[in-house]
Ligand binder design. Sequence first.
Ligand SMILES: NC(=O)c1ccc[n+]([C@@H]2O[C@H](COP(=O)([O-])OP(=O)(O)OC[C@H]3O[C@@H](n4cnc5c(N)ncnc54)[C@H](O)[C@@H]3O)[C@@H](O)[C@H]2O)c1
Ligand SMILES: N[C@H](C(=O)O)[C@H](O)COP(=O)(O)O
Length: 335
Amino acid sequence: MRQPLILTMGDPTGVGPEIIARAWLEGHFETVNRPLLTAGDPGILHRAACLYDADCVLTESREGPASHMLVGKGRRMAIRALSRLPAGQLVAGRPDAACGRAMLDYITWACDRCLAGEAAAMITGPINKQAILAAGCDAPGHTELLARRCKVDKVVMMLGGSRLKVCLVTTHLAIRDVPAALNRDEILSTIRIADAAFRRFFACSRPRLAVLALNPHAGEGGRFGDEESRIIAPAIDAARRLGISASGPHSADALFHFAVRGDYDAVICMYHDQGLIPLKLLHFEDGVNTTLGLPIIRTSVDHGTAYDLAGTGKADCRSLVEAVKMAARMAPAGL
Ligand SMILES: NC(=O)c1ccc[n+]([C@@H]2O[C@H](COP(=O)([O-])OP(=O)(O)OC[C@H]3O[C@@H](n4cnc5c(N)ncnc54)[C@H](O)[C@@H]3O)[C@@H](O)[C@H]2O)c1
Ligand SMILES: N[C@H](C(=O)O)[C@H](O)COP(=O)(O)O
């Protein structure tokens, strides 16, 4: 049998459990060509599924990799029980350290199964970064946590949809710390990882990568900053010498128009919101977050825990569905 895709449930008090249950109950995973296993909490998932189907039933199973099956409208959802939190006592949007520990356990278990070749890919539900900190993990997000777990120094956060894909040089850090975190090698390695991933996973023989400037008007010849001439242009030159189709530094305000028009395959962005604002403007509903440069395949929803919606059953599950489909496409054929 083909190895499964593992879905991690995310924050038990966020929308993760309900978007997983919703996607299952609406049948969105029926065309996925691999088994799906949810790493999470059966009681929480059952409570979430009841938002859509009051008759759904949680059953114990002692056979197979799934310790629980959730049955709703004839669909069987395999669950690996990694926590048994008191569902009735948890309040939407208020994770405690036990929830933080559980979120971490889902992620590390799934990552280890992928590293061992027992799963083909992992897809992550949204976590709360404060809660994982309360549970003793100082990684600012999945991206950094998985890089550490896989013993990789440099990975790239890419978010994308059909119209736009953005790769970030820096991720979760204060805006005031961005300039100091940028250097030629970081930018060059981001370009190289993006280039390799597009060739391998997205059937792009020579990806066209647009590299953004940091400052307005690409620094206006040094008047508004010199990162462009000092750091970014040398990184682009080095990439081009390696045969990579990288261009820039482009003015960030104008470039997205051309990228969305189809002139580029991906945009290399200097910091989080430079890339994620245009991306989420276009692709909030169906965007996918992918970590490039890991030895495993990891995709994710492009949104957070959405505490304002948790427990209402109103959260959109399209990003999750796209993340699962993308993981299935990226998964190694031999596994
Ligand atoms: N993949 C991840 O684990 C991930 C991604 C982004 C943010 N986060 C975390 O989530 C928490 C909240 O972050 P935030 O408030 O910046 O972003 P958010 O995405 O949780 O919420 C922003 C807005 O989008 C809405 N929204 C989010 N998901 C939705 C969905 N599926 N359907 C409909 N509307 C949806 C919310 O209701 C809210 O109005 C933070 O702790 C953050 O670190 C986690
Ligand atoms: N920057 C991501 C976003 O806004 O969607 C998000 O915080 C997720 O990060 P991780 O995949 O590292 O958890």
